[in-house]
Design a protein around this ligand. Structure first.
Ligand code: KG4
Ligand code: ZN
Length: 354
């Protein structure tokens, strides 16, 4: 089954074709992402109305480009998957409207995908995918969650952030030190040249039991450290390193606890912060020490993209799930309300031939 995936929940227009007849990463026939970062940079954050309008401008050309790269005609698409939420309502509606119209015209089934389920399943697109049960760490700009995954669609929330998401903490901390939006990846790059240990920030909520997170206090600690410093480039890098070490340590400690709580040695990591090199290295180390493994999507599939939506949609469409031809989006959407893909006890990734 060849599924066209469309992602427009925030400031990236993503399109991809996933083909379930091809195993693993070969299933990804083509994918393209257009980032609106330059458009929003002068405002210091995403402007929802500008985001919607830019999706309108970019989505159809990107669909044509992706199909051409996949060497497929529209008539060779068997289903359409789009992000139905969570996200910005106007931006979601652009993707949902185009996806639904296309599916209607082509007379193929269509399905609204949960953006975080897309992130969560992205590592399974790689070769030698992990099998459930496993623990997933979802770390994006909007979410920080630890989820026990029993099967596709069977998700149990173990813990989440009580305030800022990990990516949001990276972005806000970067802003405090004068880095341009979106600062997360730039802060991480700066941390590479910083000296470890010159600045030490707290590891929030690791001194008590539990799997929840709180990152908002960290940016205040950084703000105070930055204000009281010489504000040189070297100091900025040292503070960036101290901040990154604090976030990585905190996430790592909670991941170990979550693996213990779930009785698992398989950790799946997804979402934009999953592209962070130091976090990847640390979580690989933790999993290896337990005799298990940590699985990540390739860095380009950690941040928002159409491939994860095509893949998650393909699994559900292939299992016979699809929705009536209504354009519906869910700007807020609890992942625990998703229908399971397979019967209890069955993992759901089973036979992927079509
Ligand atoms: O998953 P994503 O692309 O969008 C959301 O669904 O939120 O995640 C974006 C977030 C941003 O906050 C960005 O700063 C962060 O991921 N991010 C990183 C890195 N790359 C992206 N944070 C730390 N290190 C990175 N290398
Ligand atoms: Zn995302």
């Amino acid at each position: 089954m060849r599924v066209l995936g469309i992602e427009t929940s925030c400031d990236e227009t993503g399109v991809a074709v996933y083909d379930t007849a091809r195993p693993g990463s070969a299933g990804l026939r083509a994918h393209a992402v257009y980032s609106q970062i330059a458009l929003h940079a002068e405002y210091g954050g995403v402007v929802p109305e500008l985001a919607s309008r830019d999706h309108v401008r970019k989505l159809l050309p990107l669909i044509r480009q992706t199909l051409a790269e996949a060497g497929l005609g529209l008539d060779e698409i068997d289903g359409v998957a789009y992000t139905a939420g969570p996200g910005l309502a106007g931006a979601l509606l652009v993707g949902a409207g185009v996806a639904r119209s296309l599916a209607w015209a082509l007379q193929v089934p269509a399905l609204g995908v949960h953006h975080m389920e897309g992130h969560l399943l992205a590592p399974l697109m790689e070769d030698d995918p992990p099998q459930a049960p496993f623990v997933a760490l979802l770390v994006s700009g909007g979410h920080t969650q630890l989820v026990a995954v029993e099967a596709i669609g069977r998700y149990r929330l173990l813990g989440e952030t009580l305030d800022d998401a990990a990516g949001e903490a990276f972005d806000k901390t970067a802003k405090v030190m004068g880095l341009p939006y979106p600062g997360g990846p730039q802060l991480a790059a700066l941390a590479e040249s910083g000296h470890p240990g010159r600045y030490r920030f707290s590891r929030p909520m690791t001194d008590r039991p539990g799997l929840d997170f709180s990152f908002s206090g960290l940016k205040t600690q950084v703000l105070l450290a930055w204000r009281n410093s010489d504000q040189s480039d070297a100091t900025r890098a040292d503070i960036a390193r101290g901040f990154e070490d604090a976030v990585v340590d905190t996430l790592a400690i909670k991941c170990e606890r979550a693996l213990d709580a779930a009785g698992s040695n398989t950790l799946v990591v997804a979402g934009g912060v999953g592209a962070n090199k130091r976090l990847r290295a640390r979580l690989h180390e933790i999993a290896a020490k337990r005799g298990g493994r940590a699985c990540f999507p390739r860095p380009s599939l950690c941040t928002d993209n159409g491939a994860m939506i095509a893949f998650a949609g393909a699994l559900r469409l292939q299992a016979g799930q699809h929705e009536a031809a209504a354009i519906k989006v869910m700007p807020r959407w609890d992942m625990a309300t998703l229908p399971p893909l397979a019967a209890a006890g069955d993992w759901g990734l089973g036979n992927r031939e079509s």
